[in-house]
Design a protein around this ligand. Structure first.
Ligand code: PLP
Length: 393
C-alpha cells in the first residue's frame, strides 16, 4: 500500500497521518495500518467519554455501554456468546492466559500438547509451565507446515490436559485442520486452544463450528489499535484468573479497561468481517499477480506453506541467497517485508518456524515473507517484483 495522505481532525489539531507517501508496506502479518473508521470510533473515548467504566456514576455509563457493545460485536463476528469474550492486551497475553491459566487450574501434571512452530507467545508460555513441572509435548509439522490429525493421534492420551495448535502460521501462512484436531482432543477429554491471531478478521471463524474451547486474537493484526486483543473462553472452561485486582472482565482479568482500544477492536473486526469476501478476492488477486510476475521474471524461488494458506502471506525462499540482505535492500527502496532469518556478526539464526519445517539451510537463509493486506495495490506488487528483480537477477 502506498500510504495515502490522510488528515484527521482532533479538536483544533490536525494530525497528518503518514508523510511516508512512498512506502510500500508489505508486512501486514507483523501489524496493519489502523482502519479509519476504527480510529474514528476510539476518538470519543480518548477525548470526551474518558470515564473509568467501572465507576458507579453516570459519566461511566457510556464507556461501560461501549465495552458491552464491543463484546457483543466481537462475539457475533466469531459465533460466540458475549460473556465468552475477554478483552486482553493482545495476542501474547491471550496465549499466555490460555496456556498458563489451563495448566495452573488443573495442576495435576497432565500434559499440554502443542506444535514446534507456534508463535513464541505460546512456546515461551509452554516453557514457563514446564519449568514449574507441567509436561509439554511438541509436535513437528510436516515439511509444508501442517499438523495432521494423524500426528495428534500419535501423541495424545486420555491424560492430555490441553492441545494448543495455531490456526494459521504467521511466517508461512499454512492453515491447520483445527476442527479435526479439536475433535480428537475432545475425544480424549482434553481442552483445545488455538492461537488465531493471524486468522481472525481475515477468514471466516465460527467457534462453535470449530468446537474450540479457547481462541486468541489481536486487534492490530486486523486494522485495530495496538495493545488490545481478546481471548475467547467457552463457557464452563476451567481456567485461572489472569490478573487479580478488580472485577473487570468477569473478575478474571483485572485492570481498568482500555475502552478506546476495545472500541477500535470491535469496529475493525466488524468491518473486516463484513468485507471478508471482497478483501479476500482483492488480496488473492494481488497474490496471483505477484507470483505470476515472479514466474515470468526468471527468478527461481520456492513458495513455502503448501496449498492451504492465509490470503496474502507469501513466504518465498531463494536458494543460496541471504534473506536479511534482501530485506535491507528492499528497505532502501522503501519496501517493508520480513525475513525468516536474522544475522549477528558471526551466525545466521534461522527462525524456529523454518527450523521446524526441516528446510535445507541454503533455502532457509534465503527466505523472506511478503504479507499483503486489504490496502495494498497493484502498484505495490509491481514495486515489489521490480525490487526483487534488481536484487536477485
Ligand atoms: N500469535 C501469533 C500467531 C502472532 O503472529 C503474533 C504476533 O505477531 C502474536 C501471537 C502476538 O500478538 P501481539 O502482538 O498482539 O502480542
Amino acid at each position: 500500500m502506498s500510504l495515502e495522505r490522510r488528515i484527521f481532525r482532533i479538536s483544533s489539531t490536525s494530525i497528518e497521518v503518514s508523510a511516508l507517501t512512498q512506502i510500500v508496506y508489505a508486512d501486514n502479518a507483523a501489524t496493519t495500518i489502523m482502519d479509519v473508521d476504527a480510529f474514528e470510533a476510539m476518538r470519543l473515548y480518548l477525548l470526551q467519554e474518558y470515564g473509568n467504566a467501572s465507576q458507579p456514576y453516570s459519566f461511566a455509563r457510556q464507556p461501560k455501554k461501549a465495552i458491552q457493545e464491543a463484546r457483543e460485536t466481537v462475539a457475533s463476528c466469531i459465533g460466540a456468546l458475549p460473556e465468552e469474550i475477554f478483552f486482553t492486551s493482545g495476542g501474547t497475553e491471550s496465549d499466555n492466559w490460555a496456556i498458563k491459566g489451563t495448566a495452573f487450574r488443573n495442576y495435576d501434571h497432565r500434559a499440554t500438547i502443542t506444535s514446534a512452530f507456534e508463535h513464541h507467545a505460546v512456546l515461551h508460555a509452554c516453557e514457563a509451565i514446564e519449568r514449574l513441572g507441567c509436561p509439554v509435548v511438541y509436535m513437528w509439522p510436516d515439511s509444508k507446515g501442517y499438523i495432521s490429525p494423524e500426528m495428534l493421534e500419535r501423541y495424545i492420551t486420555d491424560e492430555t490436559l490441553l492441545v494448543s495448535v495455531m490456526f494459521a502460521n504467521n511466517e508461512i501462512g499454512s492453515i491447520q485442520p483445527i476442527k479435526e484436531l479439536c475433535d480428537i482432543a475432545h475425544a480424549h477429554g482434553a481442552l483445545f486452544h488455538t492461537d488465531a491471531v493471524q486468522a481472525v478478521g481475515h477468514i471466516d471463524i465460527d467457534v462453535n463450528d470449530l468446537g474450540v474451547d479457547m481462541l486468541s486474537a489481536s486487534a492490530h493484526k486486523f486494522n485495530g489499535a495496538k495493545g488490545v486483543g481478546f481471548l475467547y473462553i467457552r463457557k464452563g472452561t476451567p481456567i485461572t484468573v489472569y490478573a487479580d485486582g478488580g472485577a473487570q472482565e468477569h473478575g478474571l482479568r483485572a485492570g481498568t479497561e482500555n475502552v478506546a482500544g476495545i472500541v477500535s477492536l470491535a469496529a475493525a473486526l466488524r468491518k473486516n468481517v463484513e468485507n471478508l469476501k471482497a478483501n479476500r478476492e482483492h488480496i488473492m488477486g494481488l497474490q496471483k499477480m505477484l507470483l505470476d510476475s515472479l514466474n515470468e521474471s526468471g527468478i527461481h524461488y520456492t513458495r513455502n506453506g503448501g496449498d492451504h494458506t492465509l490470503p496474502g502471506i507469501i513466504s518465498l525462499s531463494f536458494d543460496g541467497k541471504d534473506g536479511e540482505a534482501i530485506l535491507h535492500r528492499m528497505d532502501l527502496m522503501g519496501i517493508c517485508i520480513s525475513t525468516g532469518s536474522a544475522c549477528d556478526s558471526k551466525n545466521t539464526e534461522i527462525s524456529h518456524v523454518l527450523q521446524a519445517l526441516c528446510m535445507p539451510e541454503s533455502l532457509a537463509k534465503g527466505t523472506i515473507r511478503i504479507s499483503l493486506g486489504k490496502n495494498n495495490t497493484e502498484e505495490d506488487v509491481n514495486a515489489i517484483v521490480e525490487a526483487l528483480k534488481k536484487i536477485l537477477l
